[in-house]
Design a protein around this ligand. Structure first.
Ligand code: ZN
Ligand code: ZN
Length: 157
């Protein structure tokens, strides 16, 4: 089951109005924007097809589909299913609070490439790699750091 925050981060391309209403979602990488996954378009068949778009002009009342319980339920189901299918291809970066693709994730530093770039520019020039080397001879060093990353790993699943 995908996490609610991941589901929320999906972009909603659903089309509630018009002759061909339906659901579609996509997810962009928060880092490179190139890695975009889109769901297929699921037509919404329980609505009154075409009728509303003919009866109401564009700036008339909000489209009835968005208040239709069947629409609301399907909308949720499809967003959840899509989130489930793709969630493990994205990693949550706790620094910038975005979901990034595999290519934009730096496992060693536990942050996305955007944040790595910012990190490298900061005054602390890579203290993390320094502690990594020390950890080999002193495995109990930095327990807080390891706890944090295992919590992250658990959160990713
Ligand atoms: Zn990316
Ligand atoms: Zn980041």
């Amino acid at each position: 089951m995908a996490s609610p925050s991941f589901i929320k981060s999906l972009e909603d391309l659903s089309e509630p109005a018009g002759d061909n209403p339906g659901f579609q979602f996509q997810k962009k990488c928060g880092c490179c924007v190139k890695a975009t996954l889109s769901s297929e378009f699921f037509p919404f068949t329980q609505g009154v097809k075409g009728l509303f778009s003919k009866v109401f002009s564009k700036d008339a009342e909000p489209n009835p589909n968005q208040q239709n319980p069947a629409w609301i339920q399907k909308h949720q189901e499809i967003s959840e299913a899509f989130a489930d299918a793709i969630e493990d291809r994205y990693t949550y970066c706790p620094k910038c609070e975005k979901y990034v693709c595999e290519k934009c994730w730096n496992n060693v530093r536990d942050m996305c490439l955007n944040c790595c770039a910012g990190y490298a520019r900061s005054a602390y020039d890579d203290p993390y790699f320094g502690t990594k080397k020390k950890n080999k001879s002193a495995p109990n060093a930095e327990p807080a750091l390891r706890e944090r990353s295992s919590a992250l790993n658990a959160a990713r699943r």
